[in-house]
Design a protein around this ligand. Structure first.
Ligand SMILES: Nc1ncnc2c1ncn2[C@@H]1O[C@H](COP(=O)(O)OP(=O)(O)OP(=O)(O)O)[C@@H](O)[C@H]1O
Length: 242
């Protein structure tokens, strides 16, 4: 997809790294939410961000996605430092290159499931017919094609979350940010959503940053970053260092 107003760049520069954090720190008032995060994510990698409640996982995800600016440190995506972009450029980048799945779907209640799944494509300028045709393929893939004309209020939690995953993937993002994507689902539905999300991400070579406190969900990842008291540790790097 086009990167909107952001100049095109080789997504992995020459380092093989798609997204990286260096010395990230963020404080809300006197609460240190993030107190040091350094790691790199490659294209197609599925990385679980784990840790107890309040440890800083969501803050880390929001900094990585350019939603929240860190107080210190840098986030680099495809060779570009996010803080060097204007707000409009960061928004364009989020629309073109990133997909999002949150705990409670956050679908637009007035739109049908099909219109919801097509929304990122429509916002990126794709014509309705083409956007909905692509979205319909993702709804089929996520096994919720039968509710395409329903509104979010008329579907189950599991169906709504699959629609949210279809919406995140329909724009062919290079990174999917998923914050507790199965947190509101029973274990069977949660497992299925994780299977479908990770299969689709592997196929499209999208990287996934998956915030979860459940090891059953983290088991779908390639590696884990553990956040404790705002400090993020890359467990695979530590294992390699031993
Ligand atoms: N917008 C905000 N304003 C003030 N404090 C915040 C804000 N967002 C997060 N915090 C605080 O920062 C710390 C880290 O929060 P964060 O939501 O990142 O943790 P988390 O690991 O994702 O938690 P959970 O698993 O419960 O969702 C917490 O102490 C939280 O209260």
């Amino acid at each position: 997809m086009s990167t909107g107003t952001v100049p095109a760049a080789d997504p992995t520069a020459d380092t093989g790294v798609l997204l990286s954090a260096n010395g990230l720190r963020k404080t809300y008032g006197t609460t240190p939410a993030l107190d040091g995060a350094d790691f790199a994510i490659r294209p197609g990698e599925i990385v679980a961000v784990m840790g107890p409640s309040g440890s800083g996982k969501s803050t880390l995800l929001h900094c990585l996605a350019g939603i929240v600016p860190p107080d210190e440190g840098q986030v680099r995506y495809a060779g570009r430092e996010l803080s060097a972009l204007s707000d409009a450029e960061r928004s364009a980048l989020r629309r073109s290159d990133f997909g999002f799945v949150f705990q409670f779907g956050q679908l637009v209640p007035e739109l049908t499931c099909l219109e919801n799944a097509a929304l990122p494509l429509r916002l990126a300028g794709t014509r309705r017919k083409e956007a909905e045709a692509q979205a319909a393929r993702w709804l089929e893939r996520l096994e919720v094609d039968d509710v395409r004309h329903h509104r979010p209020g008329q579907v189950s939690g599991g169906q709504g979350q699959r629609v949210a995953v279809a919406r995140a993937l329909a724009g062919m993002p290079r990174v999917v940010f998923a914050d507790e994507p199965t947190g509101a689902l029973d274990s069977l539905n949660g497992e299925r959503v994780m299977q479908l999300l990770t299969e689709a991400a592997r196929e499209t070579q999208a990287a996934v940053v998956l915030v979860t406190h459940e090891s059953r969900v983290a088991a779908y990842s390639d590696r884990e970053i553990v956040v404790r008291d705002g400090r993020a540790r890359d467990m695979s790097a530590m294992a390699g260092a031993v």
